[in-house]
Design a protein around this ligand. Structure first.
Ligand code: F6P
Length: 547
């Protein structure tokens, strides 16, 4: 079932091709005027320039060959068909079914999942229309003015990222509570009116400590707030709380009316769930029509991933390039640098998507992996990042491939005299990818009259790999395309490495220990005595210093 990538002929070939590889972008662009055209692809509305990567025809051919030797096309077909490719949890992986049109059919484990998806979507849309029109009110009859999503991980990162990205389309305010740090509830609820708030408790399992604790805190805040105004709390929870979960029994136990609960299925991974009922906060904020466009964007990228020939297939090639950098050039991290303030949570969102998926050290069959897996994803919007960490990308000793994302049209076209602010902004994006690729030679530095002693400090080696992604505008559809692009990039890497990208056992131990530590933190002498010396010391420090 699993082919060890290092045993393939493509792997050996790539080792040979990359051993003494000279990226020399100056020479490559000079000698091959077609390079930019040849390696610039399109996928949906995205223009994707791969030409500033460590690629030539041989490397691309052998990367594609690698994907063939590990059986990528078969695994991709298996995922889209609903086979249980999440082997450690024995589950299908069907986020792609969440965005298929209602006219499609896909029977998985005896159930038409597309029908199920659209039944829930229709209920969410009907509910959202009622809230947005004012037909649905709080317990005192007032229109809902603020939606507060309570969730964590995949039940938070996707909705908050997409909400921030699509701010221009928002006409109902949403806020997000995730951290169990009580300041998150406290700060987020500042200025919120208990009579006009709608809480969404979003949890796939409905057992997550942070979310349930925060949900209870919000329920108390609501009831106390109403009581302080002399308003009876009767029926308040059902008017002010809804839930999103795969565990509808637990939702009912919490006291949320099952009519106000929107389900999804165990074949939707948390980090792949923003386009399921987990996106309800977004539907409320931007409305069903815009959310439908968002889903259509995902679907367009799914179709591209399924249908585009390998050498034109953007998620396939970007995933293979990531493998190239990690396994053949020793990259340990990958920067994602959006030149769009609206995408300021995109790198954080991608951290869960990529690192929870591919941070694995055993293969599907339980044997140890044979290669490095799962690079660190990180980033900040440009130009802020330029003034913080770009120095290390330009002149540090580590190779950090970077994806730049930018849009041709600004939401706020500011001009001051002759200065078009968006052009200044884009100029920085173009300049950074150019500087990273082409660098600056000692001769060029000297020609500026730089004293010899500091010439070397001012030389830019260049030859830093980047991918540039552009689209005309950051619309709901384009955002869907971008998210699906990275979902499929992550999938491609996982398939090459032979790992299960859809489980997350690595986060369980700490969660379990946090629960078990309760008695020790509360001061139980036996529980405290059972701890290791460092944990004992930390708890003792806390207990001695708390007020
Ligand atoms: O952090 C582990 C995790 O299971 C994530 O995969 C998930 O997105 C998050 O916790 C939240 O889980 P839930 O939606 O079940 O509350």
């Amino acid at each position: 079932m699993t082919t060890d990538p290092t045993s393939t002929s493509a792997w050996s070939k790539l080792q040979g091709l990359t051993e003494n590889f000279e990226p020399d972008f100056r020479k490559r662009f000079a000698e091959d005027p077609q390079r930019a055209d040849r390696y610039t692809l399109s996928a949906g509305d995205l223009y994707v320039d791969l030409s500033k990567n460590f690629v030539d025809e041989d490397i691309l051919d052998w990367l594609v060959q690698l994907s063939e030797e590990v059986g990528l096309a078969e695994r991709r077909a298996a995922m889209f068909a609903g086979e249980h490719i999440n082997v450690t949890e024995d589950r299908a992986v069907l986020h792609t079914a969440l965005r298929r049109p209602a006219t499609d059919t896909l029977v998985v484990d005896g159930q038409d999942v597309i029908k199920d998806v659209h039944e829930v979507l229709d209920r969410i849309y009907a509910f959202a229309n009622k809230v947005r029109s004012g037909e649905w009110t709080g317990v005192t009859g007032k229109k809902i003015e603020t939606v507060v999503n309570i969730g964590i991980g995949g039940s938070d990162l996707g909705p908050v990222m997409a909400y921030e990205a699509l701010k221009p389309y928002v006409d109902l305010e949403a806020r997000f509570i995730s951290n169990i740090d009580p300041t998150d509830v406290g700060e987020t609820l500042k200025g919120v009116d208990p009579e006009t708030v709608l809480f969404i408790v979003a949890s796939k399992t409905f057992t997550t400590l942070e979310t349930l604790t925060n949900a209870k805190a919000c329920r108390s805040w609501l009831l106390n707030g109403l009581e302080d105004r002399g308003i009876s709390a009767d029926g308040a929870v059902s008017k002010h709380f809804i839930a999103v979960s795969t565990n509808l029994e637990k939702v009912a136990e919490f006291g949320i009316d099952p009519d106000n609960a929107f389900g999804f299925w165990n074949w939707v991974g948390g980090r792949y769930s923003v386009d399921s009922a987990v996106g309800t906060a977004l539907v409320l904020a931007i409305g069903p029509e815009r959310f439908t466009e968002f889903l259509e964007g995902f679907h367009a990228m799914d179709q591209h991933f399924l249908d585009a020939p390998a050498r034109e297939n953007v998620p396939l090639l970007m995933g293979l390039l990531n493998v190239l950098y990690v396994n053949f050039f020793g990259a340990g991290s990958h920067a994602v640098l959006p030149y769009s303030q609206y995408l300021h949570r995109f790198p954080a969102y991608l951290q869960q998507l990529t690192m929870e998926s591919n941070g694995k050290s055993v293969r599907w069959d339980g044997s140890p992996v044979t290669t490095k897996t799962g690079e660190v994803f990180w980033g900040e919007p440009g130009t802020n990042g330029q003034h913080a960490f770009y120095q290390l990308i330009h002149q540090g000793t580590q190779l950090i491939p970077a994806d730049f994302v930018a849009f041709a049209n600004p939401e706020f076209p500011l001009t001051d005299g002759d200065t078009d602010q968006h052009e200044l902004f884009l100029g920085n994006f173009f300049a950074q990818t150019k500087a990273l690729a082409l660098g600056k030679t000692a001769e060029e530095v000297r020609a500026e009259g730089t004293p010899e002693a500091i010439v070397s400090a001012r030389v830019f080696a260049g030859n830093k790999p980047t991918t540039s992604i552009m689209a005309p505008d950051l619309t709901p559809s384009v955002l869907g395309q971008l998210i699906a692009l990275y979902e499929h990039i992550t999938f491609v890497q996982g398939i090459v490495w032979g790992i299960d990208s859809f489980d997350q056992w690595g986060v369980e131990l700490g969660k379990q220990m946090a629960n078990d530590l309760g008695p020790a933190i509360a001061g139980d002498p036996a529980a405290l005595a059972a701890q290791d010396p460092s944990t004992k010391g930390l708890i003792a420090y806390y207990r001695a210093n708390r007020r």
